[in-house]
Ligand binder design. Structure first.
Ligand SMILES: N[C@@H](CCC(=O)N[C@@H](CS)C(=O)NCC(=O)O)C(=O)O
Length: 214
C-alpha cells in the first residue's frame, strides 16, 4: 500500500477532520506539517497539491486530493474493510447519512467555523473578539442545534444508528467551541449534549488532539 500523506497543520479544523478518519480506520499515514505562519500553504509546491492554498492536501500514491470532506469520504470508501465502518453499505441509509454530512457542511459549519475564529483563534492570535458577531453567530448556531436536538431525540447519531462520517465531521469545530462560551449552546440541549459527550470520547479523536501537543 502506498504511504498515505496528509499535508496540514494539527490545529486546522479541516486537517483534523481527515486525521480523525485515518485514526478511526487504523491506517498508517505520514503527517507533513505545513508552516502556515510562514505562508507555506501559498507556496508553489503546496499550490500544486491544492490550488486554493488551503490545508489539508492528501495523497494516496498517485491520487492527490483536497477538500477535507471529499478526502474523508474517499478514505471511508477505499478502506471500507478497515477499522471503524464510517459509511453505510445500504444506499438508502447512506443517503440519510449524506443528508447530515451536507447539513454539517452547509448549515452548521458556516456558523461554527466563524465562531471558532471569533472565540478561539482571535484570542490565540492576540486579536479582539467582536461581541456583536458572537451574539449573531450563537443565535444562528442555536437554531441549527434545535434541529439537531430533534434529530438526536430520534436517532442516536446524526446519520443513523451508528457513529459515522456525519458525526465525525463535527469533531474539529466542537473541540474548539467546547473550550469557549459557546459550550452553553451544546450543554443546554440534552440530546445534543449526550451526543457531544459520546463522539468526543472516541479514542481516535484523543489521538488527533494529542498531535496538537506534540
Ligand atoms: N473546505 C476546505 C476548507 C479548508 C480551509 O479552510 N483550511 C484552512 C485551515 S482550517 C486554511 O487553509 N486557511 C488558510 C487560508 O485560507 O489561506 C476543506 O474542508 O478542506
Amino acid at each position: 500500500m502506498a504511504v498515505l500523506k496528509v499535508h496540514g497543520s494539527p490545529f486546522s479544523t479541516a486537517a483534523m477532520r481527515v486525521v480523525a478518519v485515518l485514526y478511526e480506520k487504523g491506517l498508517e499515514f505520514e503527517f507533513v506539517p505545513i508552516d502556515m505562519k510562514a505562508g507555506e500553504h501559498k507556496s508553489e509546491a503546496f499550490l500544486a497539491l491544492n490550488p486554493f492554498g488551503q490545508v489539508p492536501a492528501f495523497e494516496d500514491g498517485d491520487l492527490k486530493l483536497f477538500e477535507s470532506r471529499a478526502i474523508t469520504q474517499y478514505i471511508a470508501h477505499e478502506y471500507a474493510s478497515k477499522g471503524t465502518q464510517l459509511i453505510c453499505p445500504d444506499s438508502k441509509k447512506m443517503a440519510i447519512m449524506s443528508v447530515w454530512m451536507e447539513v454539517e457542511a452547509h448549515q452548521y459549519d458556516p456558523h461554527a467555523g466563524k465562531l471558532c475564529f471569533e472565540l478561539f483563534f482571535k484570542a490565540k492570535f492576540g486579536m479582539t473578539t467582536d461581541p456583536a458577531a458572537v451574539e449573531d453567530l450563537e443565535g444562528k448556531l442555536g437554531k441549527v442545534l434545535d434541529v439537531y436536538e430533534a434529530r438526536l431525540s430520534q436517532s442516536k447519531y446524526l446519520g443513523g444508528d451508528c457513529f459515522g462520517l456525519a458525526d465525525l465531521h463535527h469533531l474539529p469545530t466542537l473541540h474548539y467551541l467546547l473550550g469557549t462560551s459557546a459550550k452553553k449552546l451544546f450543554d443546554s440541549r440534552p440530546h445534543v449534549s449526550a451526543w457531544v459527550v459520546d463522539i468526543t470520547a472516541r479514542p481516535a479523536w484523543a489521538k488527533v488532539i494529542a498531535m496538537q501537543k506534540s
